[in-house]
Design a protein around this ligand. Structure first.
Ligand code: EPU
Length: 308
């Protein structure tokens, strides 16, 4: 079965949850990039298994991306000839339990988890307010900020392998976390995370949230970007290195190295995904020339000739 047949099968099974040729610009923080051939909103683990079975029974290999909040994703202007999954429904729920545990579905935005926990007088998750992704994406890439990473607060994650239809429930130790990395595979979807918190005064929690939001406003640009473009090399900061190489303001087409924080590449009106990709390559080359360090992309790039 080829992609169009798969799309028809999924439409027959899941109805309006399936949309064809959806522009990824509406689904990513960069607000650019081409169409995703098949987007499926999944509302339950059953839906996920249905999608997985259809993809697995296709003769052609069907590429898959989990789109999440699209805050770390760059899709080529020519688009993505595969299936993009967006979690919805039960995956958008947050449960705050008296037993000092916060349980959040994979689709829940990190700032929502941070704010709801703080309002309930639970501390430990304030740092998540500064990260624009989803809980599922954060577990997959061990997202972090303000000196903390999700692995430090993760108790258990529930992960569905959409190839096999099996679910695994993992402790943080099972996920081989390291800086911006875990062992979660491309065909696995993090559908839920249980996070550890402790009791505190709600006002103190809210103050920490406000401090982080203020820090971000002062130190990071708004607008269309995907946060940090490159991972920090061991012991240094990608932003500092790009800045030291004199690259603030460097431009390809409609994309420019931010004057506010050099690890942010800002897309202006009319920018293309190719502009972002070419500017990433140019920055990598110039930083390598200037200090010998290879910067590695933090973004998931899809549909380009090589991964950066
Ligand atoms: N710096 C410069 N010039 C710049 C930018 C930064 O000299 O243009 C210097 C700063 O002065 C500072 C150092 O570089 O001394 C580190 O900068 P910053 O504190 O902004 O932190 P970062 O390492 O650039 C990391 C995360 C961010 C997270 C912040 C806050 C990575 C790649 N980035 O940035 O995460 O928000 O810390 O904790 O780990 C993201 O991953 O998308 C992201 C935004």
């Amino acid at each position: 079965m080829a992609l169009p047949d798969l799309a028809s099968q999924l439409e027959a099974q899941l109805g309006e949850a399936v949309s064809l040729n959806t522009s990824v610009s509406d689904l990513t923080t960069y607000r650019l990039g081409g169409p995703v051939a098949v987007v499926v909103r999944v509302f339950s683990e059953n839906d996920l298994v249905t999608v997985g079975q259809s993809i697995s029974s296709a003769q052609d290999e069907i590429p898959l991306i989990v789109i999440g909040r699209g805050s770390n994703l760059l899709v080529a202007d020519s688009g993505f000839m595969g299936v993009g999954i967006i979690l919805d429904g039960e995956f958008t729920e947050v449960k705050i339990e008296p037993g000092l545990r916060v349980t959040a579905g994979g689709a829940v935005p990190l700032p929502v988890v941070a704010r709801q926990s703080a309002a309930a007088g639970l501390t430990g998750l304030e740092f998540l307010v500064g990260i624009p992704g989803s809980i599922g994406g954060a577990v997959r890439m061990n997202a972090g900020g303000h000196g903390r990473e999700i692995r430090e607060v993760l108790d258990r994650a529930r992960i569905v392998d959409i190839q096999s239809g099996k679910t695994r429930i993992c402790r943080a130790d099972d996920l081989d976390f390291s800086y911006r990395s875990s062992n979660v595979k491309r065909h696995e979807v993090v559908v839920q995370a249980e996070l550890r918190v402790s009791l505190d005064d709600p006002d103190a929690c809210r103050k920490r949230i406000d401090d982080i939001v203020r820090w971000r406003r002062e130190n990071q640009p708004g607008g269309a970007n995907a946060g940090s473009t490159f991972k920090n090399p061991p012991g240094d900061s990608a932003g500092r290195l790009i800045d030291s190489a004199g690259l603030k303001g460097l431009r390809v087409g409609g994309v420019v190295v931010s004057e506010k924080h050099a690890n942010f590449l800002q897309a202006e009106e009319g920018a293309t995904a190719r502009d972002v990709y070419e500017l990433m390559k140019l920055v990598q080359r110039k930083v390598k020339e200037s200090c010998g360090i290879d910067l590695e992309s933090e973004l998931h790039t899809v549909g380009f000739d090589e991964n950066l």
